[in-house]
Design a protein around this ligand. Structure first.
Ligand code: GLN
Length: 285
């Protein structure tokens, strides 16, 4: 007797994965939109597609992040390429984008610097919302820069008035032209302390360690970013940094000690103080 051919519906029903994850892997394999799983869910599938799905499913069961398996993650309504060389964009980071966009309200052709850009998600999302903004995106990792370069080229209008995003290999500010000044500096730096058990759990096991931890107390990258910002910001320029759920008071303290004013934190959708920032007022030094 011939085996019944597998259908998308049957594979989803039999999958040990959470339904959403199984659906993402299956639409990836089939090249379908999510709604097609409903309209075409009973069609027999090619054996090769079934095999590809089962392979991805097994890798997911073994822990690999969905975003790496399909090579993509949506962030701020844009579809970013993702590889194992970059941090997977997180929904809570959209708060950093929104806050930077508010800070740019009323400014014409603002200059924005994104430190440790990874996928380029923050810089590209801001650049897409503010076509006039001039955007610099830096990363220490050349592999990450290759991913960010692809994302910027694919997701941004080549003729945007602010020009192409300037992508540069740099250890924080080190390679930046010393005369450049910015209205806004943002960063989602590695902020997990080296001994944090989360590094050995979930998706984090598969993401680049250098994007997650500073190999110290979790605040060393943030200290460097805060210390270097005053000489890079215009008067009244702002700095906003993403940090861990329990780091907001420490980061505000660093900002105040550096001489920033209007220092405050903003809460993410889970109610956690997720980003902190301040204004570099004219005249303080
Ligand atoms: N948000 C990530 C996490 O805790 C960490 C990213 C980072 O260190 N910037 O899963």
């Amino acid at each position: 007797m011939l085996a019944t051919p597998s259908t998308p519906v049957a594979l989803l029903r039999a999958s040990p994965l959470p339904s959403l994850e199984a659906r993402i892997l299956l639409t990836h394999v089939l090249g379908w939109r999510p709604t097609q799983l409903i309209t075409r869910g009973d069609e027999p599938m090619d054996e090769a597609d079934v095999e590809r799905f089962r392979t991805l499913e097994a890798r997911r069961v073994a822990g690999e992040p969905v975003a790496q398996l399909v090579g993509a993650r949506e962030f701020f309504g844009l579809d970013f390429d993702v590889t194992p060389d970059v941090l997977i964009p997180r929904p809570e980071t959209e708060l950093l984008v929104e806050t930077a966009l508010s800070a740019m309200d009323g400014l014409s052709r603002p200059r924005l610097l994104d430190l440790g850009t990874g996928t380029g998600a923050i810089a590209v999302a801001i650049a897409s919302m503010r076509p006039d903004a001039r955007v610099w995106a830096l990363d220490r990792s050349t592999q990450a820069l290759a991913v960010a370069t692809r994302n910027a080229a694919r997701l941004l209008d080549a003729k945007r008035p602010g020009g192409a995003v300037t992508l540069m290999q740099s250890d924080w500010y080190a390679s930046l032209d010393a005369t450049l000044r910015f209205e806004v500096i943002v960063s989602n730096p590695p902020y997990i302390a080296s001994g944090d058990p989360h590094l050995a759990e979930g998706d984090l096991r598969f993401e680049p360690r250098g994007a997650l931890t500073d190999e110290a107390d979790g605040l060393s990258a943030i200290r460097e970013i805060v210390a270097g910002a005053p000489t890079r910001l215009v008067p009244k320029g702002v700095l906003w940094i993403e940090h861990g759920y329990d780091q907001s008071a420490a980061v505000r303290e660093l900002l105040v000690a550096q001489g920033f004013t209007q220092v405050r934190s903003e809460r993410d959708l889970a109610g956690i103080e997720r980003i902190s920032g301040g204004v570099w007022a004219a005249g303080n030094s």
